[in-house]
Design a protein around this ligand. Structure first.
Ligand code: PEP
Ligand code: MN
Length: 297
């Protein structure tokens, strides 16, 4: 653990200082009063990849009404195979921009290079650094120079120490708006895509003041397990959820097997809501929840 005592340049807060502050989670502001790390949970949902106008418009319309805080949609896709769909690229930027303005939803999208950071600068409210790039140190240094929230996803086989040190690359550059995301780690078992390490949520929260989100979609890789594990994540102390959802899951160009339908997304909120309440947290209320509340009264 000696590395945790290394002081970073410029007299900025060190890793050791952050351990001391771990008892109180920092609040990372996203946009429009939405944040991660406070009492209210941050709920991000949307398709794995931006595919077309209809897909993004219907997602934003539905998820916005459901009370989802931010819309995800990747334009640049880091795929294991170079022959798999690589994302819509530049064409998707204008599309994402239109949807963001029309539905007034903050947007989360992944970047893999400096060029991509520049390309999505206007449209992105939050940048995602995916698992495959968790230790792309030059990329981490680049986003460290920005004043924009960054969701850093845990590497496929990264230890907690490596994860925290990757975050440190961003923080030490001056960008204090880092959100960690546990998304499952590689294991011997093929029954699920990865193994969701909920222990890591508890451990991370004891080691850093950074908020911790959980992505149950990539962790399990199967839609039928997403809601249950989302509830478990919140019970374990996660500060938010990142969930893949698609208007027509079976037709999703990437990660179809784990994508939730709109109905399943609504069920997830209904499942996780009471668990959140039990641990003193809550989701922002959407119109649908208000409607249900109305009828119940
Ligand atoms: C994603 O969010 O679509 C993604 C590729 O996630 P991960 O980097 O966790 O695999
Ligand atoms: Mn995906």
């Amino acid at each position: 653990m000696s590395e945790f005592n290394i002081k970073h340049h410029g007299g900025r807060a060190s890793r050791a200082d952050r351990v001391e502050k771990a008892a109180k989670t920092r609040v990372v502001e996203i946009a429009g009063g939405k944040a991660c790390g406070g009492r209210e949970l941050l709920l991000i949902a949307g398709p794995c990849a931006v595919e077309d106008e209809n897909q993004m418009e219907s997602s934003a319309a539905f998820l916005g009404r459901l009370g989802v805080d931010a819309l995800r949609g990747c334009i640049f896709k880091p795929r294991t195979s170079p022959y798999s769909y690589q994302g819509m690229g530049e064409e998707g930027i204008a599309l994402l921009d239109r949807v963001k303005r029309q539905f007034e939803m903050p947007v989360v999208t992944e970047v893999m290079s400096r060029e991509q950071i520049e390309a999505v600068d206007e449209v992105s409210d939050v940048l995602q650094i995916g698992s495959r790039n968790m230790q792309n140190f030059e990329l981490l240094k680049q986003v460290g120079l920005l004043n924009k929230p960054v969701i850093l996803k845990r590497g496929l086989s990264a230890t907690i120490e490596e994860f925290l040190m990757a975050a440190e690359y961003i923080l030490s550059g001056g960008n204090e708006r880092v959100i960690l995301c546990e998304r499952g780690i590689r294991s011997f078992d093929q029954a699920t895509r990865n193994v969701l390490d909920l222990g890591a949520v508890a451990v991370l929260k004891s080691m850093t003041d950074l908020p911790v989100m959980v992505d149950p979609s990539h962790a399990l890789g199967k839609s039928e397990f997403v809601a249950t594990m989302a509830g478990a994540a919140i019970a374990a102390g996660a500060d938010g959820l990142l969930v893949e959802c698609h208007p027509r899951p079976a037709q999703s160009v990437s990660d179809a097997r784990q994508a939730l339908s709109f109905e399943e997304m609504e069920d997830l909120i209904n499942t996780v809501g009471p668990i959140a309440e039990a641990v003193g947290r809550s989701f922002r209320q959407g119109d649908f929840q208000n409607t249900v509340h109305h009828i119940a009264c």
